[in-house]
Write a protein that binds this ligand. Structure first.
Ligand SMILES: [Zn+2]
Length: 301
């Protein structure tokens, strides 16, 4: 019976053959969160836009540029969202695969509510009128989990079953959260409000909310008196009950704008999740927090 020792190398084989998880880089905290959920225990993706970073205008650190050069896979929203990332991605070697999520078939796309978004224009956001803030529609996030699992499985076929199961679980959790938020937000559906920049169309159209416009004042210069009074007129005409400033932007401009009107100042919204702890839970927290912040002001009397 000499067969028994022969099985030992075979037993050791599965461990030795286990491929290392791919080196994955992501752009925004929301994308990082979705990819983290799909990778699960197999590995952790890198996040380019950490705490407090402004999504539309950013400069890669040299260490981040190097990390991108050695990436197997890059998941990002697309050039409409982060034009600063496009050139680096185009220069990547053949070994790297980049997945621009808004370009993937099955993604629900919408155009900007306003013809010209000055905030985006100011940030050299000149890639047409497609609104890139598409992760704020939870049905897109659910769809992308499958896209992410597919791309990871191509790089790492051995772990395909894990990626697929993780993606299905994550999609089911988002569907449950979606149902809960739909119920929570129902009471806010008839109350118009104003936001800081035109980033919320996917969220407001999915949940049937009355986004009456964005002030789009930009960050650089203080707006002039004429501009303020024109915006104030627009605000009065819209019948907005609340005005919501945005994380990473000074709420002063919004305060100045609503001064002397009956519009209430809401809490700061954080569409990219830049103020939350990055990780698998971030995506759900981002939607929950946005919903809570909207309800806190819109339900006040
Ligand atoms: Zn934006």
């Amino acid at each position: 019976m000499h067969r028994i020792p022969l099985t030992l190398p075979l037993l050791a084989l599965p461990l030795a053959a286990q491929a290392e998880a791919p080196h994955v880089v992501t752009d925004l905290p929301a994308v990082h969160s979705l990819v983290s959920q799909v990778m699960g225990e197999l590995g952790a993706p890198e996040l380019l836009l950490g705490a407090g970073a402004s999504a539309h205008s950013y400069q890669l650190r040299p260490s981040q540029a190097r990390s991108l050069q050695s990436a197997d896979l890059v998941f990002w929203i697309g050039p409409e969202m982060t034009p600063w990332l496009e050139r680096t991605l185009n220069s990547l070697g053949e070994g790297a695969t980049q997945v621009a999520l808004i370009d993937r078939e099955g993604t629900t796309l919408r155009e900007f509510a306003e013809e010209e978004d000055e905030h985006h224009e100011e940030d050299e956001h000149d890639h047409g009128t497609i609104d890139p803030h598409a992760w704020l529609d939870p049905t897109n996030a659910q769809h992308w989990l499958g896209v992410i699992a597919g791309a990871l499985s191509q790089q790492d076929p051995e772990n395909r079953p894990t990626y697929e199961v993780n993606a299905q679980k994550a999609a089911a959790a988002i569907a449950a959260l979606d149902a809960q938020l739909t119920a929570d937000l129902a009471m806010a559906q008839d109350t118009p409000f104003i936001v800081f920049h035109d980033a919320y169309g996917y969220f407001t159209s999915h949940f049937g909310l009355q986004n009456a416009g964005s002030v789009a004042l930009g960050d650089a210069a203080a707006p002039g008196v004429a501009r303020i009074s024109a915006l104030r007129q627009t605000l009065e005409d819209s019948g907005a009950a609340c005005a919501f400033p945005e994380a990473q932007h000074d709420p002063k401009q919004m305060e100045l704008l609503i001064e002397g009107t009956s519009v209430r100042l809401g809490g700061a919204l954080d569409p990219s999740g830049s103020s939350l702890e990055p990780g698998p839970a971030l995506y759900g927290q981002l939607l929950e927090k946005m919903s809570e912040t909207l309800i806190a002001c819109l339900s006040a009397r």
